[in-house]
Design a protein around this ligand. Structure first.
Ligand SMILES: C[S@@+](CC[C@H](N)C(=O)[O-])C[C@H]1O[C@@H](n2cnc3c(N)ncnc32)[C@H](O)[C@@H]1O
Length: 238
C-alpha cells in the first residue's frame, strides 16, 4: 500500500474492496493511508479512492449499532457509507464509495483498480465470485493496467482459475489460521515479489491435486484450462 501511495503519479490510487462486510478491511486501509499521509507530510501522496462492493449491508449495520465493541468504527467514514453510500475526508485526499448490489453486475461501471481486496465468503457460499469466468472478467477489465489482487484463499482450484484468467500468481503472507494467502497481478513485470511467485513446485502440487479445477467447467473447459496454465509465461519461465 505504502509503495503504491508514494508512487510519483497524480492519479488516484483506486482500491476495490470486494465484500465490504463490517468494513474491517476498508477501515484498515483508510487508517494505514492516514498513517502514511502523516509520515509523509512534506511530499505529495496519491489521493485514495476506496470502492466497496456489498450486496448485504446487515454486517455493517449490526457493527455500527454496536460500535462500542469495534474500535475501528470510531471514525466518521463507516457511518457516512451506511447513510449515504459515500464519504470524503475533510483533511486528506480520501474518498470512499459504496456500490450496493451484486459485484458482478456492477464492477464494470467502476474505475479500473490498482489494488483489489478480494474478500467474498468461501466458494460454498459465494460460488459465483470464485469461478474462472469471474476471474476472467476481472482480468480483462484490468488488462493493460498494473493491478494487484489480494485474497485469503490459497486453494489450488482458485489459483488455477487465476492463472487460467491470465494473472501472475504469488504466495501471499499468512493470516490467522492460514499459513499462506494469494496475490494475483496483471503484470509479470511487477515482480518485486518474485521470490514467492508460484513455479514448478505449485505445478507439481496442482498435477497431484484432487481439486485441480474451479467448479462448473465441462471436461473440454478443464482441458483448455490445463493448456492455459501450462502455457502461462510465469510457469513456462519456471
Ligand atoms: C467475508 S465477508 C467480508 C468481510 C469484510 N471484507 C470485512 O473486512 O469486514 C464477505 C462479504 O461479501 C459480501 N458478498 C458476497 N457476495 C457478494 C456479491 N456477489 N456482491 C457483493 N457483495 C457480496 C457478503 O455479503 C459479505 O458481507
Amino acid at each position: 500500500l505504502k509503495d503504491r501511495v508514494l508512487e510519483e503519479v497524480e492519479s488516484e490510487l483506486v482500491v476495490w474492496d470486494v465484500g465490504l462486510g463490517a468494513a474491517t478491511n476498508a477501515m484498515s486501509l483508510i487508517s494505514h493511508y492516514e498513517d502514511i499521509a502523516l509520515e509523509n507530510k512534506d511530499r505529495p501522496i496519491r489521493p485514495l479512492h476506496v470502492i466497496s462492493f456489498e450486496n448485504d449491508l446487515d454486517s455493517l449495520r449490526l457493527a455500527i449499532q454496536n460500535h462500542h465493541h469495534f474500535s475501528y468504527l470510531k471514525h466518521p467514514g463507516p457511518f457516512h457509507i451506511l447513510d449515504t453510500s459515500s464519504w470524503k475526508s475533510k483533511s486528506l485526499p480520501i474518498r470512499w464509495t459504496l456500490v450496493h448490489g451484486d459485484f458482478l453486475e456492477n464492477y464494470s461501471n467502476s474505475q479500473v483498480p490498482d489494488l483489489i481486496f478480494y474478500d467474498p465468503f468461501s466458494y460454498k457460499t459465494d460460488s459465483n465470485l470464485w469461478t474462472l469466468e469471474c476471474f476472467e472478467k476481472i482480468y480483462q477489465f484490468c488488462q493493460g493496467h498494473s493491478t494487484e489482487l489480494f485474497t485469503y484463499s490459497s486453494s489450488t482450484a482458485v489459483r488455477a482459475a487465476l492463472f487460467g484468467a491470465g494473472f501472475y500468481v504469488a504466495q501471499g503472507v499468512g493470516t490467522g489460521p492460514k499459513a499462506e494467502t494469494t496475490i494475483a497481478l496483471t503484470r509479470g513485470s511487477d515482480l518485486s515479489l518474485s521470490s514467492i511467485f508460484l513455479g514448478s513446485a505449485w505445478v507439481e502440487k496442482w498435477n497431484r491435486s484432487g481439486s485441480r479445477y474451479p467448479a462448473g467447467l465441462t471436461l473440454e473447459q478443464q482441458a483448455e484450462l490445463s493448456r492455459r496454465i501450462l502455457a502461462h509465461p510465469q510457469l513456462v519461465a519456471n
